[in-house]
Design a protein. Sequence first.
Length: 444
Amino acid sequence: METPPSTAAVPRPLAVWLVGSIGVFALAGSVALLALFQQRVRHEEAAAFEALARANAAFLDRTPLPQSDQMAQQLGEVMGARVFFWHSATSSIVGKPGDVVDARIMKLPVDGRVHLMPDGREWMVGHVFRGSSRAFFLRPAVGAGLLMPAGEHWLVLVIFWALSCLLAWWLARRVVRPLRQLAEAVPAVGGDKDLPELPTMRGDEIGLLAKAMSSTHASILDERERRRAAERLALLGRMATSLAHEVRNPVSAIRLHAQLLDGAPPDDAAASARLIESEAARIESLVSQWMRYAKPGPVVMQPIDMIALVREAVAIMTPQAAHAGVVLREQIERDQWTQAGDRPRLLQVLNNLLLNAIQSMPRGGQVTITIKSPSIEIADQGPGFSESALARLGEPFYSEKEGGMGLGLAVSREIVEAHGARLSIANAISGGACVSLTWNCTQH
Protein backbone atom coordinates (compact mmCIF):
# COMPACT_ATOMS: atom_id res chain seq x y z
CA MET A 1 0.00 0.00 0.00
CA GLU A 2 1.39 3.38 -0.94
CA THR A 3 1.61 5.99 1.73
CA PRO A 4 -0.31 9.10 0.73
CA PRO A 5 1.92 12.13 0.42
CA SER A 6 1.86 14.32 3.46
CA THR A 7 0.44 17.78 2.96
CA ALA A 8 2.45 20.57 4.51
CA ALA A 9 0.55 22.84 6.84
CA VAL A 10 -0.22 26.21 5.32
CA PRO A 11 1.36 28.87 7.52
CA ARG A 12 -1.00 31.41 9.01
CA PRO A 13 -0.11 34.91 7.79
CA LEU A 14 1.47 36.94 10.56
CA ALA A 15 -0.28 40.09 9.36
CA VAL A 16 -3.70 38.45 9.85
CA TRP A 17 -2.66 37.37 13.33
CA LEU A 18 -1.48 40.86 14.26
CA VAL A 19 -4.56 42.62 12.88
CA GLY A 20 -6.88 40.06 14.46
CA SER A 21 -5.15 40.25 17.85
CA ILE A 22 -5.23 44.04 17.98
CA GLY A 23 -8.83 44.08 16.71
CA VAL A 24 -9.94 41.64 19.43
CA PHE A 25 -8.03 43.68 22.01
CA ALA A 26 -9.71 46.89 20.85
CA LEU A 27 -13.17 45.29 20.94
CA ALA A 28 -12.62 43.75 24.39
CA GLY A 29 -11.22 47.05 25.62
CA SER A 30 -14.28 48.90 24.34
CA VAL A 31 -16.64 46.47 26.10
CA ALA A 32 -14.60 46.75 29.30
CA LEU A 33 -14.67 50.56 29.09
CA LEU A 34 -18.44 50.54 28.57
CA ALA A 35 -18.88 48.32 31.62
CA LEU A 36 -16.59 50.58 33.65
CA PHE A 37 -18.46 53.68 32.49
CA GLN A 38 -21.78 52.02 33.39
CA GLN A 39 -20.57 51.19 36.86
CA ARG A 40 -19.31 54.73 37.26
CA VAL A 41 -22.63 56.20 36.07
CA ARG A 42 -24.55 53.97 38.48
CA HIS A 43 -22.36 55.04 41.35
CA GLU A 44 -22.67 58.73 40.55
CA GLU A 45 -26.44 58.55 40.01
CA ALA A 46 -26.86 56.65 43.28
CA ALA A 47 -24.77 59.24 45.14
CA ALA A 48 -26.78 62.09 43.61
CA PHE A 49 -30.06 60.37 44.45
CA GLU A 50 -28.90 59.75 48.02
CA ALA A 51 -27.96 63.41 48.43
CA LEU A 52 -31.29 64.55 46.98
CA ALA A 53 -33.22 62.15 49.21
CA ARG A 54 -31.35 63.30 52.32
CA ALA A 55 -32.03 66.92 51.48
CA ASN A 56 -35.76 66.29 51.05
CA ALA A 57 -35.93 64.18 54.20
CA ALA A 58 -34.27 66.98 56.14
CA PHE A 59 -36.76 69.43 54.65
CA LEU A 60 -39.68 67.26 55.78
CA ASP A 61 -38.16 66.93 59.23
CA ARG A 62 -37.86 70.72 59.64
CA THR A 63 -41.30 71.69 58.31
CA PRO A 64 -44.67 70.85 59.80
CA LEU A 65 -46.10 69.89 56.41
CA PRO A 66 -48.40 66.87 56.54
CA GLN A 67 -47.20 63.58 55.00
CA SER A 68 -50.23 63.20 52.77
CA ASP A 69 -50.75 61.61 49.39
CA GLN A 70 -50.66 65.07 47.76
CA MET A 71 -47.28 65.80 49.39
CA ALA A 72 -45.97 62.43 48.20
CA GLN A 73 -47.16 63.20 44.66
CA GLN A 74 -45.70 66.72 44.54
CA LEU A 75 -42.39 65.69 46.08
CA GLY A 76 -42.15 62.73 43.71
CA GLU A 77 -42.64 65.01 40.71
CA VAL A 78 -39.85 67.30 41.94
CA MET A 79 -37.45 64.41 42.55
CA GLY A 80 -38.44 62.30 39.55
CA ALA A 81 -39.16 59.38 41.86
CA ARG A 82 -41.97 57.68 43.77
CA VAL A 83 -42.35 58.89 47.35
CA PHE A 84 -44.07 57.05 50.22
CA PHE A 85 -44.58 57.92 53.88
CA TRP A 86 -44.91 55.36 56.60
CA HIS A 87 -46.61 56.50 59.82
CA SER A 88 -45.48 54.60 62.86
CA ALA A 89 -48.65 55.45 64.82
CA THR A 90 -51.02 53.90 62.31
CA SER A 91 -48.51 51.57 60.49
CA SER A 92 -49.97 52.83 57.22
CA ILE A 93 -48.18 53.72 53.97
CA VAL A 94 -49.20 56.89 52.14
CA GLY A 95 -48.19 57.61 48.56
CA LYS A 96 -49.38 59.03 45.28
CA PRO A 97 -53.09 58.35 44.79
CA GLY A 98 -53.52 55.02 43.09
CA ASP A 99 -49.88 54.08 43.60
CA VAL A 100 -49.24 50.78 45.30
CA VAL A 101 -46.00 50.11 47.09
CA ASP A 102 -44.48 46.71 47.49
CA ALA A 103 -44.57 45.69 51.13
CA ARG A 104 -41.09 44.23 50.72
CA ILE A 105 -39.62 47.70 50.96
CA MET A 106 -40.25 47.51 54.69
CA LYS A 107 -37.63 44.74 54.89
CA LEU A 108 -34.84 46.85 53.40
CA PRO A 109 -32.54 48.71 55.79
CA VAL A 110 -33.46 52.33 56.45
CA ASP A 111 -29.94 53.77 56.35
CA GLY A 112 -30.19 56.56 53.80
CA ARG A 113 -28.42 54.42 51.18
CA VAL A 114 -29.48 53.22 47.76
CA HIS A 115 -30.48 49.55 47.66
CA LEU A 116 -31.63 47.37 44.80
CA MET A 117 -35.07 45.85 45.23
CA PRO A 118 -35.22 42.06 45.14
CA ASP A 119 -36.95 42.17 41.75
CA GLY A 120 -34.13 44.37 40.41
CA ARG A 121 -36.54 47.03 39.07
CA GLU A 122 -36.24 49.95 41.49
CA TRP A 123 -33.84 51.64 43.84
CA MET A 124 -34.89 52.87 47.29
CA VAL A 125 -33.58 55.24 49.95
CA GLY A 126 -35.18 55.24 53.40
CA HIS A 127 -35.02 58.00 56.03
CA VAL A 128 -36.39 58.31 59.55
CA PHE A 129 -37.80 61.66 60.59
CA ARG A 130 -40.08 63.08 63.27
CA GLY A 131 -39.33 60.40 65.71
CA SER A 132 -40.26 57.08 64.14
CA SER A 133 -41.92 58.08 60.84
CA ARG A 134 -40.21 57.00 57.64
CA ALA A 135 -39.94 58.34 54.10
CA PHE A 136 -39.23 56.09 51.11
CA PHE A 137 -37.96 57.39 47.78
CA LEU A 138 -38.11 54.98 44.84
CA ARG A 139 -37.00 55.48 41.26
CA PRO A 140 -36.51 53.28 38.17
CA ALA A 141 -33.20 51.40 38.33
CA VAL A 142 -30.54 51.76 35.67
CA GLY A 143 -30.64 48.80 33.23
CA ALA A 144 -28.57 45.80 34.27
CA GLY A 145 -27.09 45.43 30.78
CA LEU A 146 -24.42 47.55 29.16
CA LEU A 147 -25.23 51.19 28.74
CA MET A 148 -26.07 51.78 25.13
CA PRO A 149 -24.19 54.89 23.99
CA ALA A 150 -25.80 57.62 22.05
CA GLY A 151 -25.29 58.15 18.32
CA GLU A 152 -22.21 60.36 18.72
CA HIS A 153 -20.78 57.85 21.14
CA TRP A 154 -21.22 55.11 18.58
CA LEU A 155 -19.44 57.31 16.06
CA VAL A 156 -16.53 57.74 18.45
CA LEU A 157 -16.36 53.98 19.01
CA VAL A 158 -16.43 53.27 15.26
CA ILE A 159 -13.63 55.79 14.70
CA PHE A 160 -11.68 54.21 17.56
CA TRP A 161 -12.09 50.73 16.08
CA ALA A 162 -11.12 51.97 12.60
CA LEU A 163 -8.00 53.64 13.98
CA SER A 164 -7.17 50.44 15.86
CA CYS A 165 -7.40 48.44 12.63
CA LEU A 166 -5.24 50.99 10.80
CA LEU A 167 -2.69 50.85 13.59
CA ALA A 168 -2.72 47.05 13.43
CA TRP A 169 -2.26 47.13 9.65
CA TRP A 170 0.62 49.58 9.94
CA LEU A 171 2.30 47.48 12.63
CA ALA A 172 1.79 44.33 10.58
CA ARG A 173 3.26 45.98 7.49
CA ARG A 174 6.23 47.28 9.48
CA VAL A 175 6.90 43.85 10.99
CA VAL A 176 5.72 41.35 8.38
CA ARG A 177 7.22 42.94 5.27
CA PRO A 178 10.84 42.96 6.52
CA LEU A 179 10.38 39.46 7.95
CA ARG A 180 9.23 38.29 4.52
CA GLN A 181 12.32 39.91 2.99
CA LEU A 182 14.52 38.09 5.48
CA ALA A 183 12.75 34.77 4.83
CA GLU A 184 13.21 35.17 1.06
CA ALA A 185 16.90 35.99 1.54
CA VAL A 186 17.70 32.99 3.76
CA PRO A 187 18.11 30.47 0.85
CA ALA A 188 20.54 32.86 -0.84
CA VAL A 189 22.85 33.14 2.19
CA GLY A 190 26.16 31.62 1.25
CA GLY A 191 25.22 31.36 -2.42
CA ASP A 192 27.07 32.86 -5.36
CA LYS A 193 24.44 35.53 -5.99
CA ASP A 194 24.05 38.74 -4.05
CA LEU A 195 21.42 38.91 -1.34
CA PRO A 196 18.22 40.82 -2.11
CA GLU A 197 17.69 44.16 -0.44
CA LEU A 198 17.49 43.75 3.35
CA PRO A 199 16.18 46.21 5.99
CA THR A 200 19.65 46.83 7.44
CA MET A 201 18.89 50.51 8.17
CA ARG A 202 16.35 49.68 10.87
CA GLY A 203 17.48 50.23 14.42
CA ASP A 204 15.39 47.47 15.97
CA GLU A 205 15.91 43.70 16.30
CA ILE A 206 14.82 43.14 12.69
CA GLY A 207 17.56 45.51 11.54
CA LEU A 208 20.10 43.69 13.70
CA LEU A 209 19.00 40.37 12.20
CA ALA A 210 19.29 41.78 8.67
CA LYS A 211 22.80 43.08 9.41
CA ALA A 212 23.82 39.74 10.89
CA MET A 213 22.47 37.90 7.83
CA SER A 214 24.30 40.23 5.45
CA SER A 215 27.53 39.92 7.45
CA THR A 216 27.20 36.12 7.52
CA HIS A 217 26.71 36.03 3.75
CA ALA A 218 29.82 38.17 3.20
CA SER A 219 31.84 36.01 5.60
CA ILE A 220 30.78 32.81 3.85
CA LEU A 221 31.70 34.22 0.44
CA ASP A 222 35.06 35.41 1.74
CA GLU A 223 35.77 32.06 3.39
CA ARG A 224 34.75 30.22 0.23
CA GLU A 225 37.06 32.34 -1.89
CA ARG A 226 39.96 31.74 0.49
CA ARG A 227 39.22 28.01 0.45
CA ARG A 228 39.13 27.98 -3.35
CA ALA A 229 42.46 29.79 -3.48
CA ALA A 230 43.94 27.29 -1.03
CA GLU A 231 42.53 24.38 -3.05
CA ARG A 232 43.97 25.82 -6.25
CA LEU A 233 47.37 26.16 -4.63
CA ALA A 234 47.17 22.64 -3.24
CA LEU A 235 46.08 21.29 -6.63
CA LEU A 236 48.92 23.11 -8.32
CA GLY A 237 51.35 21.60 -5.81
CA ARG A 238 50.01 18.09 -6.39
CA MET A 239 50.16 18.58 -10.16
CA ALA A 240 53.74 19.82 -10.00
CA THR A 241 54.77 16.98 -7.71
CA SER A 242 53.10 14.31 -9.86
CA LEU A 243 54.53 15.68 -13.08
CA ALA A 244 57.99 15.92 -11.54
CA HIS A 245 57.79 12.25 -10.47
CA GLU A 246 56.78 11.15 -13.96
CA VAL A 247 59.36 13.28 -15.77
CA ARG A 248 62.32 12.55 -13.48
CA ASN A 249 63.08 9.04 -14.82
CA PRO A 250 62.86 9.93 -18.54
CA VAL A 251 65.03 13.00 -17.99
CA SER A 252 67.65 10.93 -16.13
CA ALA A 253 67.68 8.37 -18.93
CA ILE A 254 68.03 11.10 -21.58
CA ARG A 255 70.91 12.72 -19.69
CA LEU A 256 72.72 9.38 -19.25
CA HIS A 257 72.45 8.30 -22.89
CA ALA A 258 73.31 11.79 -24.11
CA GLN A 259 76.58 11.47 -22.21
CA LEU A 260 77.17 8.00 -23.71
CA LEU A 261 76.84 9.32 -27.26
CA ASP A 262 80.31 10.90 -27.18
CA GLY A 263 82.80 8.33 -28.46
CA ALA A 264 80.29 5.45 -28.42
CA PRO A 265 80.37 2.78 -31.16
CA PRO A 266 77.86 3.34 -33.97
CA ASP A 267 75.52 0.57 -32.76
CA ASP A 268 75.50 1.84 -29.14
CA ALA A 269 75.10 5.43 -30.34
CA ALA A 270 72.10 4.44 -32.45
CA ALA A 271 70.54 2.56 -29.50
CA SER A 272 71.10 5.57 -27.22
CA ALA A 273 69.57 7.89 -29.81
CA ARG A 274 66.49 5.64 -30.11
CA LEU A 275 66.14 5.55 -26.31
CA ILE A 276 66.50 9.34 -26.09
CA GLU A 277 63.81 9.70 -28.74
CA SER A 278 61.55 7.24 -26.87
CA GLU A 279 61.97 8.97 -23.53
CA ALA A 280 61.35 12.39 -25.13
CA ALA A 281 58.16 11.00 -26.64
CA ARG A 282 57.19 9.72 -23.20
CA ILE A 283 57.67 13.17 -21.70
CA GLU A 284 55.67 14.70 -24.54
CA SER A 285 52.88 12.19 -23.89
CA LEU A 286 52.85 13.06 -20.18
CA VAL A 287 52.69 16.77 -20.89
CA SER A 288 49.96 16.28 -23.50
CA GLN A 289 47.91 14.20 -21.08
CA TRP A 290 48.35 16.85 -18.42
CA MET A 291 47.30 19.60 -20.86
CA ARG A 292 44.25 17.62 -21.99
CA TYR A 293 43.13 17.31 -18.39
CA ALA A 294 43.80 20.98 -17.60
CA LYS A 295 42.11 22.25 -20.77
CA PRO A 296 40.05 19.59 -22.54
CA GLY A 297 38.82 20.34 -26.02
CA PRO A 298 35.54 19.29 -27.64
CA VAL A 299 35.25 15.76 -28.97
CA VAL A 300 35.07 15.27 -32.73
CA MET A 301 32.54 12.53 -33.45
CA GLN A 302 32.95 10.24 -36.45
CA PRO A 303 32.18 6.57 -37.19
CA ILE A 304 34.83 4.28 -35.69
CA ASP A 305 35.46 0.58 -36.21
CA MET A 306 35.76 -0.34 -32.53
CA ILE A 307 37.30 -3.78 -33.21
CA ALA A 308 40.03 -2.22 -35.35
CA LEU A 309 40.56 0.46 -32.68
CA VAL A 310 41.10 -2.18 -29.98
CA ARG A 311 43.54 -4.09 -32.20
CA GLU A 312 45.48 -0.88 -32.87
CA ALA A 313 45.77 -0.20 -29.13
CA VAL A 314 46.94 -3.78 -28.56
CA ALA A 315 49.55 -3.41 -31.29
CA ILE A 316 50.85 -0.17 -29.74
CA MET A 317 51.15 -1.63 -26.26
CA THR A 318 52.47 -5.10 -27.26
CA PRO A 319 56.20 -4.15 -27.15
CA GLN A 320 55.88 -2.66 -23.65
CA ALA A 321 53.82 -5.66 -22.54
CA ALA A 322 56.40 -8.08 -23.89
CA HIS A 323 59.15 -6.20 -22.07
CA ALA A 324 57.19 -6.70 -18.79
CA GLY A 325 56.43 -10.35 -19.54
CA VAL A 326 52.73 -9.67 -20.09
CA VAL A 327 50.63 -11.30 -22.81
CA LEU A 328 47.81 -9.29 -24.41
CA ARG A 329 44.94 -11.55 -25.53
CA GLU A 330 41.93 -10.41 -27.54
CA GLN A 331 38.52 -12.04 -27.09
CA ILE A 332 36.05 -10.82 -29.71
CA GLU A 333 32.40 -11.82 -29.27
CA ARG A 334 31.00 -9.89 -32.24
CA ASP A 335 32.12 -9.58 -35.83
CA GLN A 336 31.46 -5.91 -36.41
CA TRP A 337 30.93 -2.85 -34.23
CA THR A 338 30.82 0.72 -35.49
CA GLN A 339 30.49 3.46 -32.90
CA ALA A 340 30.48 7.26 -33.23
CA GLY A 341 33.35 8.82 -31.31
CA ASP A 342 36.64 10.73 -31.27
CA ARG A 343 39.18 8.17 -32.47
CA PRO A 344 42.40 9.68 -31.02
CA ARG A 345 40.81 10.16 -27.61
CA LEU A 346 39.28 6.71 -27.42
CA LEU A 347 42.66 5.27 -28.46
CA GLN A 348 44.23 7.24 -25.61
CA VAL A 349 41.72 5.71 -23.19
CA LEU A 350 42.51 2.17 -24.33
CA ASN A 351 46.26 2.85 -24.13
CA ASN A 352 45.89 4.23 -20.57
CA LEU A 353 43.86 1.24 -19.41
CA LEU A 354 46.22 -1.29 -21.03
CA LEU A 355 49.21 0.51 -19.52
CA ASN A 356 47.67 0.36 -16.04
CA ALA A 357 46.96 -3.36 -16.48
CA ILE A 358 50.54 -4.04 -17.63
CA GLN A 359 52.06 -2.01 -14.78
CA SER A 360 49.93 -3.89 -12.22
CA MET A 361 51.81 -7.15 -13.08
CA PRO A 362 55.57 -6.46 -12.69
CA ARG A 363 56.22 -10.22 -12.69
CA GLY A 364 54.23 -10.88 -15.83
CA GLY A 365 50.79 -12.26 -16.53
CA GLN A 366 47.95 -11.99 -18.99
CA VAL A 367 45.62 -9.14 -19.96
CA THR A 368 42.35 -10.15 -21.65
CA ILE A 369 40.54 -7.60 -23.82
CA THR A 370 36.94 -8.69 -24.39
CA ILE A 371 34.75 -6.98 -26.99
CA LYS A 372 31.04 -7.64 -26.54
CA SER A 373 27.95 -5.56 -27.19
CA PRO A 374 27.93 -2.83 -26.02
CA SER A 375 31.12 -2.80 -23.93
CA ILE A 376 34.85 -3.41 -23.84
CA GLU A 377 36.33 -5.15 -20.79
CA ILE A 378 40.01 -5.22 -19.85
CA ALA A 379 40.88 -7.78 -17.17
CA ASP A 380 44.34 -8.45 -15.69
CA GLN A 381 45.84 -10.94 -13.26
CA GLY A 382 47.30 -8.38 -10.88
CA PRO A 383 46.41 -7.73 -7.23
CA GLY A 384 43.25 -5.79 -8.15
CA PHE A 385 42.04 -2.45 -6.89
CA SER A 386 42.20 -1.52 -3.22
CA GLU A 387 39.05 -0.33 -1.44
CA SER A 388 40.41 3.21 -1.52
CA ALA A 389 40.96 3.06 -5.29
CA LEU A 390 37.45 1.70 -5.84
CA ALA A 391 35.99 4.54 -3.78
CA ARG A 392 38.08 7.22 -5.49
CA LEU A 393 37.58 6.21 -9.12
CA GLY A 394 38.79 8.89 -11.49
CA GLU A 395 39.99 11.28 -8.78
CA PRO A 396 42.84 13.29 -10.30
CA PHE A 397 46.34 13.05 -8.82
CA TYR A 398 45.42 10.00 -6.77
CA SER A 399 47.64 7.05 -7.57
CA GLU A 400 48.82 4.03 -5.61
CA LYS A 401 51.76 3.54 -7.97
CA GLU A 402 55.04 5.02 -6.82
CA GLY A 403 55.68 8.19 -8.78
CA GLY A 404 52.32 7.90 -10.58
CA MET A 405 50.73 11.15 -11.71
CA GLY A 406 47.19 9.84 -11.14
CA LEU A 407 45.74 11.29 -14.34
CA GLY A 408 45.24 8.14 -16.40
CA LEU A 409 41.87 7.09 -15.04
CA ALA A 410 40.76 10.73 -14.51
CA VAL A 411 41.41 11.63 -18.16
CA SER A 412 39.95 8.34 -19.38
CA ARG A 413 36.78 8.83 -17.36
CA GLU A 414 36.23 12.34 -18.72
CA ILE A 415 36.75 11.17 -22.30
CA VAL A 416 34.40 8.20 -21.89
CA GLU A 417 31.66 10.32 -20.27
CA ALA A 418 32.02 12.91 -23.06
CA HIS A 419 31.05 10.09 -25.45
CA GLY A 420 27.91 9.29 -23.46
CA ALA A 421 29.46 6.07 -22.13
CA ARG A 422 30.38 4.85 -18.65
CA LEU A 423 33.71 3.77 -17.14
CA SER A 424 33.53 1.33 -14.25
CA ILE A 425 36.14 -0.61 -12.27
CA ALA A 426 35.83 -3.73 -10.15
CA ASN A 427 37.78 -6.71 -8.87
CA ALA A 428 37.15 -10.04 -10.56
CA ILE A 429 36.05 -12.97 -8.41
CA SER A 430 38.97 -15.03 -9.71
CA GLY A 431 41.40 -12.23 -8.90
CA GLY A 432 42.75 -9.21 -10.68
CA ALA A 433 41.13 -6.00 -11.80
CA CYS A 434 38.43 -5.50 -14.43
CA VAL A 435 37.77 -2.20 -16.19
CA SER A 436 34.69 -1.79 -18.41
CA LEU A 437 33.73 0.79 -21.02
CA THR A 438 29.99 0.61 -21.65
CA TRP A 439 27.99 2.61 -24.20
CA ASN A 440 24.30 3.33 -23.70
CA CYS A 441 23.62 2.48 -27.31
CA THR A 442 25.63 0.90 -30.08
CA GLN A 443 25.80 1.36 -33.80
CA HIS A 444 26.44 -1.50 -36.20
